[in-house]
Write a new protein. Sequence first.
Length: 593
Amino acid sequence: MATPYLDVQNLTKSFGAQVLFDNISFSIAEGQKVGLIAQNGTGKTTLLNVLTDKDGYDSGSIIYRRDLRVGYLEQSPAFDPDESVLDACFNHQGEDEKVLKAKQILTQLKIRDLNQPMRELSGGQQKRVALANVLITEPDFFILDEPTNHLDLEMIEWLEGYLARGQKTLLMVTHDRFFLDRVCNLILELDNKTIYTYRGNYSYFMEKRQERIDNTRAEIMRANNLYRRELEWMRRMPQARGHKARYREEAFYELERVAKQRLEERQIRLKSSSIYIGSKIFESQYVSKSYDDLVILKDFYYNFSRYEKMGIVGNNGTGKSTFIKLLLGEVLPDSGRFDIGDTVRFGYFSQEGLKFNEQQKVIDIVKDIAEYIDMGGGKHFSASQFLQYFMFSPEQQHNYVYKLSGGEKRKLYLCTVLMKNPNFLVLDEPTNDLDIQTLQILEEYLADFPGCVIVVSHDRYFTDKVVDHLLVFKGNGVIKDFPGNYTQYREWSALQEEPDNSQRKADASTQSAAKNSYRHDDRRRMSYKEKREFEQLEKEIAALEAEQKMLEEQLCSGTLGVDELTEKSKRLPQLKDELDEKSMRWLELSELE
């Protein structure tokens, strides 16, 4: 059996009385692309820090293959503020070849001034430099904590392609579900201090996770039924028990453990009928805004409809957040104005977040805003019930803010915005640092929300689920108004590009025909040997394509063992190379008569 790149056995980690993971075991083989999924605050980043020796652990073992080079992208990387971007990538030891690669990768990540001091870069830009640093070093094993945070859609799609290609081995934490679906072939779920393994992509994980939850629920129900009977037996039995009775007593305590398991699931949907918003929402009346030569808006007109759910997408620096701040009156336009309806009450979730008093308890933060939220029809949700809906357990609600993880603080900030019961939600990058379960709750909440919504997000899955209309910021004040979600927009964009491609093909065909007409008499015919080769190539290409399809199905099936998975993962890129080579030769021969 091949030695795995990483083998983790019986790993336990706790902070005081809080156990994050208990006796977890898993291994990662060469070529596996692994996504780690868990709720905020349950130990994802801690696990990565433990695996990279940046944090200690209580017990267990972590074994890497000998001489393995590991590249780690931290969630919040730190740099010397005075060193340049290029020095930050190489620690002053750049080779010419590596420097060239660094420039290419940094350009893809929109970092263009390589001599700029790191102190002048925003937090998002510093994260991108750290990502570039990991990619440049070309490690054997990538460990990435939130690699898509602070990337725009163009960068995310580039990184997606980069990591999906070839035999790269990686373990990453990300909440980008499209990314997980397209890059990963194995999912690890950290839940209730335990690791569960799913041998497939995110879609496969969602299907199998539901099966696991259903099975666990059935097991708990069976255990509860048996527990009641055994509890009666325990009460009736005398203290002096024989060996057989002691064995049954020990089994009782194991049964009690299973019966008292809790599944953190919400049984309700949070629907409010108390929100009212008038027919007049807002009108952007020929608004213009620029900073020196950077044009954000130019005579922009838009009349926002009642109940509209709009997404705003575009590359970084095209003015999405500035547009939001103009709408909210935080930034003044150079010309034009926003005419906002009298009934509109904005709820604004910003990228910067809210500064909390770290010594306050979670429940008190929310109660300072409102003791309850009016759901209409005489129904009310208390602050505690509302927090529980967003998966703050009663115990967590009485934690101090300083004990929360970064993701939990973002979730608390979201709750403070929603508790004000606005009728128009403006969410600027709400998906950053929120776990997938919270994103699903927010998607459900917004689907039922009876007001208006504007979402600025690079999360394609979230945007598809929430919005029915897009403003696409293309830069230099150019804004495309599109009636649909992000996937529909990409499909439409691809169709718009096709006429150009068709024209290029037609032009190429015309040129080729003219050239062939001119050289027709001189063109060489296919020899007998080449005809045989041509026929053989057709058969081989068909066989390789069939093998490729079968391999891809097997890799996504979740039924392969580690050795088989490693072997087939190695075969797939070889297969693609063979197909390319034979297809090129087939094209060469097909030009001959």
